[in-house]
Design a protein around this ligand. Structure first.
Ligand SMILES: Cc1cc2nc3c(=O)[nH]c(=O)nc-3n(C[C@H](O)[C@H](O)[C@H](O)COP(=O)(O)OP(=O)(O)OC[C@H]3O[C@@H](n4cnc5c(N)ncnc54)[C@H](O)[C@@H]3O)c2cc1C
Length: 424
């Protein structure tokens, strides 16, 4: 049996202005923004917690949100959520940044480790109190389309297969799952061996007690722990796109067994694993091939349709703007993406996928959908100036100030010269 046609009459449930599929940080930011603009919005999350990689994936670090010279670049909901995280869990913000942007030069970077579990609960509070309807333990299966326009989403949950009608769809599954299934062109990525877990060790406990701070009590261990550049990926281990059930399973089995092997070599009374990630730690799985593909070559470039300024989290100085066109594909009028599935390539994909930019593109997608709803427009026809003005009112920096651009515009990423040409 090569293929099988499955047909079934499905119950139609409540209708929404917008449905956001995927409750990672991008999806939460999108849904909160849509709800705050007075629209009805449903957030569908397949697990039992919000936050995606930033919580259940145990990636608990807001990477630097400044230029490495004491100037903050990333604001908006990313700034709010970073500060919220510090109120209820660890405070690892550099002393120079404790009260906001420092008044004098510093190379300290503005970043923050937080408790992934507490942050997941805080996200839920933010989402629910903003008026978003949430469905947990519910999979967005595929969009229902008529002539390329999404009319609703098929869901799978304890209630069985059902349909939720909507006017606009935001795909924040991280993997473009719904957009891919409706035919939006996509590009797949490659992922390395990586499986971070949270540990409690006797040494860590002692450190936490000595410092009177539980942050020091919790440490990390990894299965295959390969960095974002893929250094030292073992040649006998595949690189996974993470877009098939077989690949996801192979990635999980290999990493989990490596972890077990490592753990079994440590004294059993000295440690425990306190949290395993409950989603695969894939960085770049599948992104849309949107109207514009962002890359490192866009360093120091201003875009008329910028939705946010961002900085390079791993290098000083390098500044970027994310164009609205990388969130959409013209011809697919009522769908948009945000977070780690926007149109970006190479190291540019790494720059936009990390937590702070993912929150900001989520926020931008929410503003875009809200504006489109007001006039029943295709997302490619949204008034970009109005969207930028709304985002600025929500504390997002749209264009980086030119005075932050250094004289020397050489861009070197992981030893490779990637200096942009043509737009200075
Ligand atoms: C190993 C590793 C290390 C990293 N280190 C850092 C770091 O130190 N700092 C940093 O800022 N970033 C880091 N990142 C990147 C960052 O964590 C993510 O890119 C970011 O959190 C992505 O957010 P997102 O909302 O776009 O997607 P995701 O977090 O992937 O969220 C997608 C959500 O959609 C849900 N979902 C998926 N499919 C469906 C479906 N069909 N129906 C319903 N729900 C669905 C998922 O359960 C999930 O909750 C790292 C990533 C990895 C993998």
């Amino acid at each position: 049996m090569d293929t099988y046609t499955f047909t079934k009459k499905l119950n139609v449930k409540k209708s929404y202005d917008a449905i956001v599929v995927g409750g990672g940080v991008a999806g939460c930011a999108s849904a909160v923004t849509i709800a705050k603009n007075g629209k009805s919005v449903l957030l569908i999350e397949k697990t039992n917690l919000l936050g995606g990689l930033a919580t259940i994936g145990l990636i608990n670090l807001f990477v630097p949100m400044c230029n490495g010279r004491g100037k903050q670049i990333i604001f908006g909901l990313a700034e709010k959520w970073l500060r919220d995280s510090e109120k209820l869990s660890y405070n690892t913000i550099a002393p120079t940044w404790q009260k906001g942007q420092p008044s004098s030069y510093t190379e300290d970077r503005y970043m923050q480790f937080y408790s992934p579990n507490i942050f997941a609960l805080q996200l839920l509070d933010e989402v629910v109190s903003s008026g978003v309807d949430v469905l947990y333990d519910c999979i967005g299966v595929e969009p229902i389309t008529e002539a390329g326009v999404v009319k609703g989403v098929v869901t799978d949950s304890k209630s069985g297969l059902e349909v939720y009608p909507c006017k606009y769809l935001v795909d924040t599954t991280g993997d473009s799952d719904l957009l891919r299934r409706m035919g939006v062109p996509v590009v797949k990525g490659e992922n390395f061996y990586s499986y971070f877990v949270k540990m409690l060790t006797l040494d860590g406990l002692q450190k936490g007690i000595d410092k009177n701070d539980v942050y020091y009590a919790i440490s990390a261990e990894c299965g295959g722990g390969i960095n974002l550049y893929g250094d030292n990926q073992p040649p006998n281990v595949p690189k996974w796109s993470g877009t098939t059930v077989e690949e996801v399973t192979d990635y999980l089995i290999r990493n989990q067994l490596v972890l077990l092997d490592k753990i079994s070599k440590t004294p059993k009374n000295s440690r425990d694993i306190i949290t395993l990630p409950t989603m695969p730690q894939f960085r770049t799985t599948c992104r849309i091939d949107g109207d514009y593909t962002f890359s490192v070559k866009d360093c120091y470039r201003h875009f008329d349709d910028s939705v946010c300024a961002i900085n390079d989290f791993d290098h000083k100085d390098y500044l970027y703007e994310v164009p609205y066109r990388s969130l959409i594909k013209t011809g697919f009028d009522n769908v948009i993406t945000a977070g780690r599935s926007i149109s970006a390539s190479g190291y540019g994909w790494d720059l936009v996928r990390v937590i702070p930019p993912a929150i900001l593109t989520g926020q931008a997608s929410g503003e875009a959908v809200s504006l489109a709803l007001d006039k029943g427009l295709a997302l490619s026809k949204v008034d970009v100036k109005k969207m930028q003005s709304n985002l600025e009112k929500a504390n997002v920096m749209i264009h980086f100030p030119d005075e932050y651009v250094p004289e020397d515009k050489t861009v070197v990423i992981h030893g490779k010269n990637q200096t942009p040409t043509g737009h200075f």
